[in-house]
Write a protein that binds this ligand. Structure first.
Ligand SMILES: Cc1cc2nc3c(=O)[nH]c(=O)nc-3n(C[C@H](O)[C@H](O)[C@H](O)COP(=O)(O)O)c2cc1C
Length: 194
């Protein structure tokens, strides 16, 4: 499969970056074609400006957004890698969705209601969190993390085959536990096999 990894972490020495490297390696080991969209490295501007929204509403897509949509359309599979920030996605990733998943491109409304228009076959979301699994379970908070991505964004645009992994307590766990996560991530390339 052609797989686009959308990655949102500002620090190239972070654990998230190590996850990116392992995921990319694992996909290639399984024979998949990989492209990485590193939003911070690309200095992506996540703010949907008034002028851009106006153009979109008038039926014209700005060139910068068309380029992002082209990168998205290249892929058959998607991977998102990011740290949990305030129970959600880093703003740069949220802004990427704001700009790229436009009405008429990613979804449309018709006589029969909403139609998701993205044709990607599968998506995988890898999230790291500072909090412990115990904390999230106790607060019944896991669905709050998943739903904006799976239901609110990807399924809305037609991608129903969505899987999540959350890696908890990232600053509290041992080096050995981190290595275990990274080797598990390297094996996730199989997730995109037919
Ligand atoms: C702005 C910000 C917001 C954060 N919000 C949360 C949060 O809501 N829940 C949580 O468990 N951890 C939160 N964290 C902790 C990060 O998720 C954690 O540091 C990160 O996943 C560790 O991965 P890294 O070493 O690759 O950065 C936050 C960190 C930052 C910088």
């Amino acid at each position: 499969m052609k797989v686009l990894i959308v990655y949102a972490h500002p620090n190239p020495s972070s654990f998230n970056h190590a996850i990116l490297e392992q995921m990319s390696f694992g996909l290639q080991e399984e024979g998949h074609e990989v492209q990485v969209k590193d939003l911070y490295a690309e200095n992506f501007d996540p703010v949907l400006r008034a002028s851009e929204l106006e153009q979109l509403q008038a039926g014209t897509t700005p060139e910068s957004i068309l380029a992002e949509q082209k990168a998205l359309c290249w892929a058959e599979g998607l991977v998102f890698i990011y740290p949990l920030w305030w129970f959600g996605r880093p703003a740069i990733l949220k802004g990427w969705f704001d700009k790229v998943l436009t009405n008429g491109f990613a979804f449309q409304y018709g006589d029969k209601g909403l139609t998701g228009m993205l044709k990607h076959r599968r998506a995988l979301i890898l999230i790291t969190a500072g909090g412990t699994k115990k904390f999230f379970k106790k607060n019944r908070a896991e669905h709050l993390i998943h739903r904006p991505m799976s239901d609110g964004t990807l399924a809305f645009c037609g991608i129903d085959d969505v899987h999540h992994r959350i890696y908890y307590d990232i600053s509290g766990i041992s080096e050995q536990a981190r290595q275990k996560i990274l080797s598990e991530v390297a094996g996730l390339g199989r997730h995109f096999n037919e």
